[in-house]
Ligand binder design. Structure first.
Ligand code: GDP
Length: 346
């Protein structure tokens, strides 16, 4: 039995162990534990929303953990409390996780004002992202006023992270034209800030070039908000240069969005999208577990595979089975009075 009251109290008091325990609950694959986690989060909802939510993405090796450590320590020096979370697309497949590596962010890990949590290590990317979002809210309730969500830029998890943060920061390395082409346009369009990292030593000149190339490129892209034109900055995470400037730019972007109401709108839209993502996932799980669906599935999959049944027809038959319109009628599948004849959208 988990003492919900004690957990809620611990989190409100900023106790990092209580916070870690609550995050473990919301991430749990056991329904009873996840439900307890949800209860804890519900009790704390009115204490959430207070953090600057910053997403940081970039290709492996670009310097994300070095940069986050430098930024985190800078922020703690300014009196902030910083939580670092991760969304790792590969952990959804393999069970590995970024931030799991203890050697990363060594100094930040030891810092009193920091809380660092690796990516949930199972589930679909959407599921992993939702659990991270819940972890973010719990961190806010625990008084962390900056939440950084890290993700590896491999072209799938960036959108999931952009869907939970106020500011999306793309880290790139010095490397000019080739580098520019390697980043998908859709990812570039998410960036509120582009930071050319490793602007130091032999790489300084290349970083300058990369910065002007990126500035020209982002200028041509569709803006996420009319109130903010993405900025391109340079930094050296290893030397700690440009870090304060990045944080100032985050502040400018948040202020610009807030002034026209876009920050609030953005968060409201994200919460609604989260609701639908949750519904879609749960429906899919319920669908896949349905015995009637399970009975028909092998045959229909084979028929679709060899072209004798169209995917549309197969899908409609499966949905009919799911809704109890064929086969034995179970209590679950009894149509409700308002459910109509089966022609409605499923
Ligand atoms: P990640 O995979 O994106 O998290 O990248 P890491 O933070 O692990 O850094 C990858 C490599 O780049 C390491 O060898 C770092 O020391 C190096 N690195 C990170 N930031 C900088 C920087 O600002 N300048 C230089 N020259 N090297 C850096």
């Amino acid at each position: 039995m988990t003492d919900v009251d004690a957990l809620v109290r611990g989190i409100v008091e900023g106790d990092r162990r209580a916070l870690a325990r609550a995050i473990t609950l919301v991430e749990s694959t056991r329904a009873d534990r996840a439900a307890t986690g949800a209860t804890v989060l519900d009790r704390l909802l009115d204490r959430t929303g207070g953090a600057a939510r910053l997403g940081i993405s970039g290709a492996p090796g670009v310097g994300k953990s070095t940069f986050i450590e430098a930024l985190g320590l800078h922020l703690i020096g300014e009196g902030h409390r910083v939580a670092v979370l991760a969304v790792d697309p590969s952990s959804a497949r393999s069970g590995g996780s970024i931030l799991g590596d203890k050697t990363r962010m060594e100094e930040l890990v030891r810092s009193e004002g920091a809380f660092i949590r690796p990516s949930p290590s199972s589930g679909t990317l959407g599921g992993v992202a939702r659990r991270t979002r819940e972890a973010m809210l719990l961190c806010e309730a625990a008084g962390f006023d900056v939440v950084i969500v890290e993700t590896v830029g491999v072209g799938q998890s960036e959108t999931a992270v952009d869907d939970m943060v106020d500011t999306f920061c793309l880290l790139v390395s010095p490397g000019g034209g080739d580098q520019l082409q390697g980043i998908k346009r859709g990812i570039m369009e998410l960036a509120d800030l582009v930071v050319v990292n490793k602007a130091d030593g032999d790489l300084a000149a290349a970083a300058n070039h990369a910065a002007s190339d990126h500035a020209a490129a982002v200028h041509l892209l569709r803006r996420k908000s009319a109130a903010w034109a993405p900025e391109v900055l340079q930094a050296s995470a290893i030397e700690g240069r440009g870090i304060a400037e990045v944080w100032q730019a985050v502040g400018r972007q948040r202020a610009a969005l807030a002034e026209v109401g876009d920050l609030e709108r953005r968060r409201a839209g994200q919460a609604t999208a989260w609701l639908w993502s949750e519904v879609t996932d749960r429906l899919t799980t319920s669908f896949r577990r349905d015995p009637e669906v399970g009975r028909l599935l092998p045959e229909l999959e084979a028929a679709v595979g060899d072209g004798t049944v169209s995917p549309t027809t197969a899908a409609l038959r499966l949905l009919d089975a799911y809704r109890g319109l064929t086969g034995p009628v179970t209590e679950r599948s009894l149509p409700t009075p308002s459910a109509g004849s089966g022609d409605e959208d499923a």
